[in-house]
Design a protein around this ligand. Structure first.
Ligand SMILES: NC(=O)c1ccc[n+]([C@@H]2O[C@H](COP(=O)([O-])OP(=O)(O)OC[C@H]3O[C@@H](n4cnc5c(N)ncnc54)[C@H](OP(=O)(O)O)[C@@H]3O)[C@@H](O)[C@H]2O)c1
Length: 254
């Protein structure tokens, strides 16, 4: 408890899955949280849950493809809570999947826009605010796909998410002197809407489960605890990393 006392955080992709659970954990650990995604009703219910549990949060709905939306999220943090210490840039999409020879330019570009360009735009405005108050911690949600594992049919997803690792390293090097830490978390399979949409048969779920040394997929809470570590001062000397939280998928060959 209270690992994020007096901290102010932004969490994107907070309407469901990993982001929603992480926003609740941040609030339970004492952070004031600005939650973002497109689905306003889901954000409002999340804010109500956080407040009912004694925490503090505010919802700002929008689309991460818009630079103005990132300005609005940072403005909400400053106007409501006075500063910004932590950002979990987690909104993401699988994008257009299927054989790569059939993927459209628009589909590929949209995955880049949501998964990679939006993360850059978010960090651009978040870091500018963080440095005013002595630094902060930025965490991006990447994935093991395109880093330690390759699947057919997800080129746009793999390319956009692995780009986040270069972005993480570049920003960590650039803003480390101003005490901004930047890390990427690389989940294995996590039981969320995105996972269920991608793995819609028991055969696909069995295949994915078996890729992990632990022979199961993660609960979103297991990712949230790792994000909390990277966001908090427990990780005060951790920056520029690609942190695998993948149940051993990267070291499994059976
Ligand atoms: N589940 C897995 O196995 C897994 C594994 C590795 C990495 N990841 C990554 O984990 C992150 C969270 O995904 P999840 O598994 O928790 O799935 P999820 O429940 O589908 O969450 C995706 C989140 O992203 C938001 N989002 C998507 N497009 C957006 C846009 N254009 N603007 C604003 N928000 C947008 C969605 O909110 P709205 O629809 O309300 O906008 C939602 O809150 C993603 O980046 C994903 O790539 C997931």
């Amino acid at each position: 408890m209270n690992r994020l006392s007096n901290k102010v955080a932004i969490v994107t992709g907070a309407s469901s899955g990993i982001g929603r659970v992480t926003a609740k954990l941040f609030a339970a650990e004492g952070a004031k949280v600005v939650v973002g995604a497109r689905r306003q009703a889901e954000l409002e219910s999340l804010v109500a849950e956080i407040k009912a549990a004694g925490g503090d949060a505010v919802a700002v709905a929008g689309d991460v493809r818009s630079e103005d939306y990132h300005k609005a999220l940072v403005a909400a943090a400053v106007q409501n809570y006075g500063k910004l210490d932590i950002a979990f840039n987690n909104a993401g999409t699988l994008g257009e999947a299927g054989p790569s020879t059939g993927v459209s330019e628009a589909g590929f570009s949209d995955a880049l826009a949501i998964n990679l360009t939006a993360s850059f735009l978010a960090a651009k405005h978040q870091i500018a605010e963080m440095v005013k108050h002595g630094g902060g911690s930025v965490v991006f949600t990447s994935t093991f796909v395109g880093y330690s594992f390759a699947f057919p049919g997800v080129a746009a997803y793999a390319a956009s998410k692995s780009g986040l690792i270069g972005l993480t390293q570049a920003l960590a090097a650039e803003y480390g002197p101003q005490n901004v830490r930047v890390n990427a978390i690389l989940p294995g399979a996590v039981d969320t809407d995105m996972y269920r949409e991608m793995n819609d048969t028991s055969d696909k779920q069995a295949f994915i489960t078996n890729l992990h040394a632990l022979k199961r997929v993660a609960a979103p809470e297991e990712l949230a605890r790792s994000v909390l570590y990277l966001a908090s001062d427990d990780a005060s000397f951790v920056t520029g990393t690609a942190t695998l939280v993948d149940g051993g998928a990267s070291i499994t060959r059976t």
